[in-house]
Design a protein around this ligand. Structure first.
Ligand SMILES: *[C@@H]1O[C@H](CO)[C@@H](O)[C@H](O)[C@H]1NC(C)=O
Ligand SMILES: *[C@@H]1O[C@H](CO)[C@@H](O)[C@H](O)[C@H]1NC(C)=O
Length: 630
């Protein structure tokens, strides 16, 4: 009897201490366990989808059937239920089928900003089994034509506010025999057809699933443009499997059906569209959609609509932290923030300022075959990456602890991976910064870019650890600490990020080279104190016997480049610096920055609305003190 009590007592003590023991060994144990369970459930669901294909559209239709009256989308003063969204997209599908003869397998390009029509158009196209190509609504002229052309779309559908941009490229589109529709009631321009009036007159009855009977997991669902590493933007092919995998991200981080998501990121990007919108459909939740992020309306919107989850990029969090403190800063229901690019100092600021919000920092690139879905806890101020998330993969099989990714040593001077005497790359030790590469294999394929074999090849890295192996080069420098927390450090090579957009340096350079007195242009991003990312700068070599004309360059960049891609600083050099292999040197120039006291070359600054003016110490001071907004 006594013995039994004793044993029970010991057992009880062990059981009581066990959680503490596990906690001390691994303070993230419970979170990791919850995460693992969720991942296995998602894996099982993906398994079912693989056996009996259904698309995210089917998931949407299912939601519309189960809770037709639930609010799906709130935009400005309007709100739409799941059922309304379903009917609106039926109209789109019918109208496009009748007036544009779109059918399964065709591609249509969408060129509009964040608005409900964006969502109806995409759903409508999906109902016809068509592929939607999501054009960045900031691009113009040559870039617009290029982006449009690389996805072989038959139709362009543009927002009413982008009529001017469409008219500018209309001759090029007509040459290719493209049908152009605009979301307005009438159009008196030859070659542009109105769409809104046609939608108005179309019936909203459901369409037969037979229209999309040949779609499967590997069929392209979307084209999303990325700046890649060189040249003009490239269309990354997003197939149905990829749409599903990205949409599970919200489930992974614990979004549930009663949540309300605040979405102010552009829908033409992966994060806004796949993680935000598609994720919300997968969860069956309400989305508060904003045309654009607005720092002054952010918290008021969240309060007004009882928002519980927000989506961010690092810049958004920083803008919010930079506003003057208010008494009601903590007065909101936001419990979760998901996104990427938050830096640890901003992270701390944000939590102190706005209260107990769980931040889920995720890392991944549109076309990448490797991604981290990093978990994070408010008590540990950085993200935990116990389990990584492979977009293209069936989750249970990717649970192998052997990692299909690696951080390799990178030479920032030569701008290439360091190779050892045998010609292989070198993995960096824990805590050191390295270039992220993801192994390309059957389970982690890299689908590459549409119609661009050369660019696809450029993203591949061969003979990394052994003869004949193949890796995806992410172009991002990361650091992983002893505990497995991942830190984003920087982006290398030919792109930089500014205001949440990727800028391809060669695209900017190509535009600069069309200015008649510029002989060579080397574009790179420079760091600015108090800002995320890098701002554009260009080192220029002028043609012989020509003079610098700041107004001409300004007019040119204003006409051809979105504001985030315009070089804010110009540096005039006698010769553009190149490496031994004639690659332009960027890292050194980027390091040197734009301090007129340090740089001897003539420097110019792009003043809003005015043009390029000589860079001065006063401008520099105003920038560093934050009185001059960039
Ligand atoms: C496949 O899914 C459809 C609907 O999504 C369902 O009607 C059908 O019964 C499923 N087939 C199998 C074999 O599970
Ligand atoms: C937000 O929540 C409050 C209290 O729970 C409720 O009274 C209000 O109606 C909700 N507002 C919306 C827009 O759902």
């Amino acid at each position: 009897m006594r013995e039994n009590t004793m044993i029970a007592y010991i057992l009880f003590t062990v059981l009581a201490i066990l959680p503490l023991f596990i906690y001390l060994r691994n303070p993230y144990f419970l979170g990791d366990l919850r995460y693992a369970v969720t991942a296995i459930r998602i894996g099982m669901r993906m398994g079912k989808i693989k056996k009996n294909f259904s698309s995210l559209l089917d998931c949407f239709l299912d939601r519309a059937k189960k809770h037709p009256e639930k609010t799906f989308l709130i935009f400005e003063e309007s709100s739409y239920t799941y059922s309304q969204a379903d009917r609106e997209s039926n109209k789109v599908a019918r109208a496009l089928s009748t007036h544009a003869q779109l059918k399964e397998g065709d591609t249509a390009a969408l060129f509009l900003g964040n608005e409900p029509q964006f969502v109806w158009l995409w759903l409508g196209l999906a109902k016809l089994g068509c592929v939607a190509s999501l054009l960045n609504s900031n691009i113009r002229s040559k870039s617009l034509v290029h982006c449009f052309s690389c996805c072989e779309a038959k139709v362009l559908i543009a927002g009413a506010d982008l009529r001017g941009a469409v008219e500018e490229v209309l001759p090029a589109l007509r040459e290719q025999g493209i049908r152009v529709f605009i979301l307005s009631d009438h159009s008196d321009v030859e070659g542009i057809e109105s769409l809104s009036d046609k939608l108005e007159k179309t019936c909203d009855e459901p369409l037969s699933p037979q229209l999309r009977a040949n779609i499967n997991l590997k069929t392209p669902a979307l084209y999303i443009y990325t700046s890649g590493t060189t040249g003009l933007p490239k269309a990354a092919v997003v197939n149905h499997e990829r749409v599903w995998m990205s949409s599970f991200l919200q489930a992974m981080v614990g979004v549930h059906s009663s949540d309300v998501l605040y979405l102010s990121l552009p829908l033409y990007h992966t994060s806004g569209f796949l993680m935000g919108l598609c994720g919300a459909i997968e969860r069956g939740i309400t989305v508060v959609l904003r045309r654009k992020f607005s720092v002054s309306n952010f918290w008021n919107d969240c309060r007004k609509h009882n928002v519980t989850a927000i989506q961010y990029i690092g810049e958004i969090i920083r803008y919010l932290c930079n506003t003057p403190k208010k008494d009601n800063d903590k007065d909101h229901k936001v419990r979760l923030a998901l996104g990427n690019g938050i830096r640890s100092d901003t992270w701390v600021d944000f939590l102190q300022r706005f209260g107990n919000v769980r931040i889920c920092e995720c890392y991944g690139a549109t076309e990448s075959n490797v991604g981290f879905d990093t978990l994070s806890y408010t008590f540990k101020l950085l993200s935990n990456d116990l389990l990584f998330f492979i977009y293209h993969n069936n989750l249970p099989t990717s649970f192998q602890m052997s990692s299909p990714y690696a951080l390799i040593r990178y030479d920032t001077e030569k701008e290439e991976p360091v190779r050892n005497s045998r010609g292989f790359c070198i993995e960096v030790p824990k805590g050191e910064t390295g270039l992220l590469v993801g192994k390309i294999g059957q389970k982690t394929p890299f689908y590459g870019y549409a119609k661009n074999k050369q660019q696809t090849e450029k993203k591949k890295l061969r003979d990394v650890f052994e003869q004949g192996d193949l890796y995806f080069n992410s172009g991002d420098l990361l650091r992983i600490d002893e505990e497995g927390f991942v830190y984003f450090q920087d982006r290398i090579g030919d792109t930089f990020r500014w205001k949440g957009e990727n800028v391809a340096t060669t695209e900017v350079a190509d535009h600069l080279l069309t200015v008649d007195f510029i002989e060579e242009a080397n574009v790179y991003g420079v760091k600015v104190p108090g800002h995320e990312g890098r701002i554009g700068m260009a080192a220029l070599k002028l043609k012989e016997n020509t003079d610098f004309d700041g107004t001409a360059i300004y007019q040119h960049v204003k006409n051809y480049l979105p504001s985030y891609a315009r070089p804010r600083f110009l540096r005039i050099q006698d010769a553009v610096a190149v490496t031994g292999t004639f690659k332009q040197l960027k890292a050194k120039l980027a390091e040197e920055g734009f301090d007129p006291a340090v740089i001897q070359d003539p420097l110019f600054f792009l003043e809003d609305g005015k043009g390029y003016v000589p860079m001065t110490q006063e401008i520099l001071t105003a920038i560093t003190e934050g009185t001059l907004k960039l």
